[in-house]
Structures are given as structure tokens and as C-alpha cells.
Design a protein around this ligand. Structure first.
Ligand code: NAP
Length: 600
């Protein structure tokens, strides 16, 4: 199958490459800010329609829990739901999922902005399709279908009975005498759990821009993950009748902005898009699911397709490209280069071949802007000038055409490193005030920050040692990212010291299977789960020895969360240095051969 996306890009000449390098450097310099990540305010900043959960009415009253469960799962997004479902399959009875939202869904609970879709193919993104028999309706599913699927899995696994919603865990404390974790929450709960699984997400904390004056704005302000439908009217499908007479300012043109702006353009009186860095916006080509997509329902089709996608985006050899979309075709750029680099170790040849392929891809994206945007100045402003993997790629067939509408104005903020200031009535850029009634902040999330890692969810292990103190003294130490010495029966899911992928639900499902196997093995043996210091050392050595050199690439990139707002990505032990496929294989092998080493 061939991708509908790409005619083979033309290779640029050496002169063109040199000119591109200079242009990329200039564009990066227009955007790098001395305050880097400090330009953002945390989710606790007091302005706008943020703190409330817009999706529950009144939070139901309930008695605090004081009982004991088998497993407490912190977080009811896909990580927590999958952990619950996989634990249930292992025969675990009392599973209590706790989430600050009013229902299951995590990311898909909070992100219900107009136009919300998943830009990873639904047939590989939605987990447990083989097990539930569910067939997604579209190649790229709307958020509500995904949220419903999360609920479907939770219902089938019987996770509702013991779940605690609108509840935040405030402390996890190991009690040696009972060999259980005490779980405290902001609703007065103080119950015990033999095991704790943390699945608190990697993009759960909204980032708000610290633009001077933003707190003085007298119109309506909200972050896209807390959409105020009471104000805008409508649903995630659109019909935002409340905006028909409103001027809306949008800050942010990342993956979220690209989805929300076309819907706002259709429904609002006027939309001002305050752009700092344009995204790469490639072909979407959404369509209904076909029998071929799901291999006519053959058993195991979803597992096979998901594995095929992971192999392609991880740079592993694959047979047929089953998904054939923008993710797999762009990953194909590297797929041809990485194996020969791994064989030869010739970095210089790899880098120059990679740069040429990257430039061809970016030329193609820039040509797409010209094809779709009629006003040449607007088209020029929408062109991305950086290497493809510097920013997360996005996909839309409605984004660029939205800028041809007379009610949409693109405002370039790059020269002032973002919006200059916000007044009571509007937004100032380049000395011009744009009056708006409403400010939509599509400004993203603090990436990789969960309560465990930021300290808002303190974890005290054996002898009262705080996890963050232990890591501050000795560095982050885990076995496979899941378990830590001194913190028995605690299993962390997420992106710590393990392998990741753009298809994060796949990664989470493999982690959930692993977590459930650990619990089942500990239960069978009546043992505690705890890796030795030596096992952690050995894992650190794996992370360090194979650690790739990212700095050369990310240091030259335009600022964003991939490179700590332009500061580069540190080398050294971060995640597993090989592919997610290799990591999953390693886990399977370890479970068969060595799992006993963590049973004490
Ligand atoms: P994001 O990628 O972090 O983008 C934030 C945007 O806000 C950027 O365009 C940024 O500009 C802009 N911005 C921030 N401060 C600004 C200021 N002071 N003035 C002007 N512009 C400012 O956030 P996101 O779009 O919400 O996406 C976050 C992540 O969520 C994605 O990368 C993806 O992983 C996930 N996501 C996934 C999907 C999906 O379909 N699977 C959909 C949406 C989101 P700069 O680029 O210049 O910093």
C-alpha cells in the first residue's frame, strides 16, 4: 500500500542546504527567550476559567474511605484504565482507581475542545480493540469516541464500583507494620492498598503563558483543556453559537491550535491567531474505517496493526506499511538511514543524508502552505523554518484554508518572542492592540511533569524516605522505570527511564501488562516487589551505555518543549536508548527469565 501523502521529495542541492541552515538559525534566534521554560505559569495561576472542572456539575458528596484494597491506581486515563483491566485479567479483585476528573478518560476527559481528534490512527491508538470487539468509525477518531472507548474498557473491567472521582491523591506513605501503602486524598480518604500503581500522565498540567497583563484581561479566558462551552455554546463538533458575535484570540498553533482554529474560524465573528512558531501541517485525509483497515475483523488484527505502526515509527524493519499515513511516511525517511548508521557508525554520512531528507520533507510542507493559502504574505508567515523533528508534526486539511476566510487574521508574534502584553480589552503585538472578547489558550502542557515528579504528590517509602529526596541524593534510580529500591509494591507507569513512542497508548498497554504481571507474581509468592540496588545499577548502565547523542540535533532547533525552549536536550541517561519494540521484547524476556529478582 502506498501513502496518499507523498510524491518522493526532491533532494536539495548543497547551496540550498546551506541557505536553509542559515534561515533556520535566523528563525530560531527570533524565538529564543532568556526566560526559557520560566515564561510559563503553572496550572495554579489564578486567572481565567481554569481551576474548575467544567465537565461535572456539583461534585457528589461521599464518605471518606478508610478500608483496604488490593491495588490503588492513581490516575484514570488510559494508563490507569489499562492497568486496572490487565490487573483484573490477572484475577486481582479490589482495584481502586482515583482521579481528579469526574470520570475515566484522562487526557480525553479534559481535552474536549472543538475539533478535538486523535492524530494517531484510531485503529492503532485505541487500546484493547481485539478484546472489546470495538471498531472505530473513523481513521482518525474524534475525542468523544475515544473517551467513550476509555469508559467502555473501564466498565468491562468493573473499575467503576470502587473508583473515586473528583479526588486528588495528596500522599502515598509506606507502612512497614502492615506492609501496605496508606493513600491520603483531598477528600479526607485515608485507605490502605497492598500495591500502588501511579499513572498520572505525562501531559496533565496545563501551561499558561506568563504574558504581562494577562491577569488584567476583562474578557473570557480559558485553556483548551478546560473548554468553556457555557460561554461558547456548541459541542466538540462545533456549533459554537455563543461566539457568533465574538472576537476570539487564540494563543498557540501546536497540535491543539491546528485542530481548534478551523472550528473557531467557522463559528466566531472574528478570529485572531497569535502565532509564534508555525507548525508543520501535513495531509490528514480522514475517512471512514474500511474492512481492509481491520483486516475484515480477523482475530488479532488490532494487535498486528499496532505492532506494525510501532515498528515503522521506531525505525525497525517492517513488511507492509499497514497504516500508510503522514506518521509512517515521515518515519520512513529515517527508516532507510538508521539501519546503515547502526551498522557503520558513520555519523557524518548519517547526518548529511538525514539533513537532505529532512529538507526535502520541509520543502514539501512549505509548498503545501503556498498551494492552500491565497494571500502570499499570510502564506509566508505560515511556513515553518526548522527541521521536521524539531517540533511535533501536525496534520489537517482544514487548517491552512481557514486563513483564506475574511474573518481570520494571522498575527505574527515571533519578533517580540510571543505576545507583548495583554490589556483589559485585547492583545498587543508590535505596538498594535487587537481587541478581543475571548482568549483561548492553546498553550500546551508541562511535559513529563506528574505529581510524583513535581512533588505535589509526595511519596514516602521505607523508613519515611521521600522519593524525591532519594532521587535528589542519588539521581533517579529505577528498574525499567517501574520499581524502586526502598519503595516496595510501588509501580510507576509513564515515561520515566523506559521507552516511549508517539502512539503512547501502545506503550501504556505494554506497561500495564507488565505491572499486572509483577503484582500477580508477588501475590503468588506472598512476596514484596522491590528491586535491589544492584538491579537498579544494572538498568542505569543499560540507559547510560546506549545513550544516543541528542544534543547535536536539538541544540539547533527552534524552541519548544522538545528542547526545553531552546536550551537543548541533555545527553545522558534519559529513556531506554533503543526502540520501544526492543524495550517491549526486553520486558517479555525479563518476565520469563528474571522476574523473581524483584520478589523479596
Ligand atoms: P504545544 O505543542 O506545547 O504548543 C503550544 C503553543 O503555544 C505553541 O504554538 C507555542 O508557540 C504557543 N505559545 C506559548 N506561549 C506563547 C506566547 N507567549 N505567545 C505566543 N504563542 C505562545 O501545545 P499543544 O498544541 O496543546 O500540544 C501539546 C501536545 O499535546 C502535543 O505536542 C501532542 O503531544 C499532544 N496533542 C496531541 C494531539 C493528538 O491528536 N494526538 C492533539 C493535540 C495535542 P511556540 O511553538 O513558539 O513555543
Amino acid at each position: 500500500m502506498t501513502s496518499p501523502h507523498l510524491t518522493p521529495p526532491q533532494a536539495p542541492t548543497p547551496d540550498e542546504l546551506a541557505a536553509l541552515r542559515q534561515r533556520y538559525h535566523r528563525e530560531r534566534e527570533r524565538r529564543v527567550r532568556p526566560d526559557g521554560p520560566r515564561q510559563y505559569l503553572g496550572a495554579d495561576a489564578e486567572f481565567g476559567f481554569y481551576a474548575a472542572d467544567p465537565y461535572v456539575g456539583e461534585v457528589p458528596r461521599r464518605e471518606p474511605r478508610r478500608d483496604t484494597v488490593d491495588v490503588a491506581v492513581v490516575g484514570g486515563g488510559f494508563g490507569g484504565i489499562l492497568a486496572g483491566a490487565r490487573l483484573r485479567r490477572q484475577g486481582v479483585e479490589r482495584i481502586r482507581v482515583i482521579d481528579r476528573g469526574g470520570d475515566f478518560g484522562g487526557t480525553w476527559y479534559w481535552n474536549r475542545y472543538p475539533g478535538v481528534h486523535c492524530d494517531i490512527e484510531s485503529h492503532v491508538y485505541l487500546p484493547m480493540l481485539d478484546e472489546t470487539g470495538y471498531v472505530p468509525r473513523w481513521k482518525y477518531a474524534p475525542g468523544e469516541e475515544i473517551r467513550r472507548h476509555a469508559i467502555r474498557i473501564a466498565e468491562r473491567a468493573g473499575l467503576y464500583a470502587d473508583a473515586l472521582f473528583s479526588t486528588s491523591v495528596t500522599a502515598l506513605t509506606w507502612e512497614e507494620s502492615s506492609r501496605t501503602w496508606r493513600v491520603d486524598t483531598d477528600r479526607g480518604d485515608a485507605f490502605r492498598a497492598t500495591y500502588v500503581v501511579t499513572a498520572t500522565g505525562t501531559m496533565a498540567e496545563p501551561k499558561l503563558p506568563g504574558i504581562p497583563g494577562i491577569k488584567d484581561f476583562e474578557g473570557r479566558t480559558f485553556h483548551t483543556s478546560r473548554w468553556d462551552y457555557g460561554y461558547t455554546g456548541g459541542t466538540p463538533e462545533g456549533g459554537l453559537t455563543g461566539l457568533a458575535d465574538k472576537r476570539v484570540g487564540v494563543v498557540g498553533t501546536g497540535a491543539t491550535g491546528v485542530q481548534v482554529i478551523p472550528v473557531l474560524a467557522r463559528d466566531a465573528r472574528h478570529v485572531y491567531v497569535f502565532q509564534r512558531t508555525p507548525s508543520t501541517v501535513d495531509v490528514r485525509a480522514n475517512r471512514r474505517t474500511t474492512a481492509a483497515d481491520v483486516a475484515a475483523g480477523r482475530e488479532g488484527w488490532a494487535r498486528e496493526r499496532r505492532e506494525n505502526f510501532l515498528r515503522i515509527v521506531s525505525g525497525e524493519p517492517f513488511g507492509e506499511d499497514l497504516v500508510a499515513d503522514g506518521w509512517t511516511s515521515s518515519a520512513g525517511l529515517l527508516e532507510k538511514l538508521v539501519p546503515s548508521f547502526r551498522r557503520s557508525g558513520d555519523r557524518a554520512s548519517f547526518e548529511s543524508a538525514y539533513e537532505a531528507a529532512d529538507a526535502a520533507k520541509m520543502n514539501e510542507i512549505r509548498a503545501r502552505v503556498e498551494r492552500h493559502v491565497t494571500d502570499p504574505a499570510t502564506a509566508e508567515t505560515l511556513k515553518p523554518w526548522y527541521r521536521y523533528a524539531c517540533k511535533r508534526p501536525t496534520f489537517s486539511d482544514t487548517y491552512y484554508p481557514a486563513f483564506n476566510r475574511s474573518n481570520v487574521t494571522l498575527v505574527d508574534t515571533a519578533d517580540s518572542h510571543g505576545i507583548e502584553r495583554v490589556t483589559a480589552n485585547g492583545v498587543v503585538v508590535g505596538g498594535t492592540e487587537y481587541e478581543v472578547d475571548c482568549l483561548v489558550l492553546a498553550t500546551g502542557f508541562s511535559v513529563g511533569v506528574s505529581g510524583v515528579h513535581s512533588g505535589t504528590l509526595p511519596v514516602h517509602g521505607r523508613d519515611g524516605v521521600r522519593l524525591l529526596d532519594a532521587w535528589a541524593r542519588h539521581g533517579i534510580r529505577t528498574l525499567h522505570g517501574f520499581t524502586c529500591n526502598g519503595f516496595p509494591n510501588l509501580i510507576q507507569l509513564g515515561s520515566l527511564q523506559n521507552a516511549s513512542s508517539v502512539n503512547f497508548t501502545h506503550v501504556l498497554d505494554e506497561q500495564a501488562v507488565h505491572a499486572a504481571a509483577l503484582v500477580a507474581a508477588a501475590e503468588a509468592k506472598g512476596a514484596l516487589l522491590e528491586p535491589s540496588r544492584e538491579a537498579e545499577d544494572a538498568w542505569l548502565a543499560v540507559l547510560t551505555q546506549g545513550s544516543p547523542d541528542h544534543e547535536w540535533f536539538h541544540a539547533g532547533c527552534t524552541p519548544g518543549y522538545y528542547n526545553r525552549e531552546g536550551r537543548g536536550r541533555p545527553n545522558g541517561p534519559g529513556g531506554y536508548p533503543h526502540s520501544a519494540c526492543a524495550f517491549h521484547e526486553l520486558l517479555r524476556h525479563w518476565r520469563e527469565e528474571s522476574l523473581d529478582e524483584v520478589l523479596t
